[in-house]
Design a protein around this ligand. Structure first.
Ligand code: SAM
Length: 297
């Protein structure tokens, strides 16, 4: 091993890694080389690995020459699997939590396990590393200052439109994850909800062979994607510019009213919107009425 690498791995090994702790370890999002020295050290040190998909993780770890007993911790069993993890931790084991790719808990299992371990009074130790979220943002540019992470939108068009309406006046950039078969539809829905003028970054296959980062407006996004079938393949992060600062108050009221109208009558929606915004109840009633009629058509 070159001298510098040796020094770095000694640094990783020199740290104290308590027993009875859960280590939340980020793994690569594509390029196997994007693993940290400390992650490798901890993955080699732990007694067991709590993995989203034990077979995937075994394959990944084999590439680093690591093989460990594992516990499956996925979306459908996170609570019950957490009990097993806690039992092992109470016996003094170190356990690493990893997801299929990137950082656990970011649109991936891990968060409920973290809650349960912390509630059990045991330490949770994060090891930073790759995430599609930060990778895309790092190459977005200065138009993104603050941001909010949305992750995957609902797949049903109506629910997606409701969520997007609620986000329409959000002043910060928004970051979405999307699968290839929905990328055109979602990009179009973003334009419909936010208007076509905002900046969009389409980050595809980050760190992989066919990586591409394309910046355009929301109006241009679907056309660009449809211009070549290859542009719709792979994994995607979408970064969308936040709402302009001087947002028309009427738009903000409409977004709020539309969300309230999903559950409430026109009258109740107007009353609650008036309480929340301080705007006139009558004016809000008129707007709510118009929105309800539009939705009926
Ligand atoms: N935990 C992961 C993270 O830290 O980014 C995210 C897991 S989530 C189940 C998978 C989604 O993340 C994909 O559908 C895609 O939207 C995004 N993603 C993951 N890897 C990516 C990559 N290499 N390039 C672009 N997007 C990626």
């Amino acid at each position: 091993m070159p001298a510098l690498m040796l020094q770095i791995s000694e640094l990783a090994a020199g740290q104290h890694y308590p027993t009875g702790a859960l280590y939340v370890v980020a793994t690569p999002i594509g390029n196997t080389a994007d693993i940290t020295v400390r992650a490798l050290h901890v993955l080699a040190l732990v007694d067991r690995i709590a993995a989203e998909d034990t077979r995937n993780t075994a394959q990944l770890l084999a590439r680093y020459g690591i093989s460990k007993p594992s516990i499956a911790v996925h979306e459908h069993n996170e609570r019950s699997a957490a009990e097993r993890v806690i039992e092992h931790l109470r016996h003094g084991e170190r356990i690493a939590c990893v997801s299929d790719a990137g950082t656990p808990g970011i649109s991936d299992p891990g968060a409920r396990l973290v809650d349960a371990v912390r509630e059990a009074g045991l330490p949770v130790i994060p090891l930073p590393g790759a995430s599609a979220l930060t990778t895309a943002l790092s190459a977005a540019g200065a138009w993104v200052s603050g941001f909010s992470f949305v992750g995957f939108l609902p797949t049903k068009a109506k629910q997606r439109a409701t969520q997007l309406r609620a986000l329409a006046n959000h002043p910060m950039a928004l970051v979405f994850y999307e699968a290839p078969h929905r990328i055109v539809e979602t990009t179009r829905a973003l334009g419909e909800a936010f208007g076509g003028g905002r900046q969009l970054l389409i980050a595809r296959e980050l760190t992989k062979l066919h990586e591409s980062l394309h910046r355009c407006t929301l109006a241009e996004g679907p056309t660009w994607l449809e211009g070549d079938a290859n542009r719709q393949r792979g994994e995607f992060v979408l970064v969308v510019e936040g709402a302009p600062e001087a947002q028309d108050a009427d738009d903000a009221h409409d977004a709020l009213l539309s969300t309230l109208l999903e559950e409430l009558s026109v009258k109740s929606a107007a009353r609650i919107a008036a309480t929340l915004t301080g705007a006139s109840r009558n004016a809000l009633y008129e707007r709510a009425l118009k929105l309800a009629k539009r939705d009926e058509q």
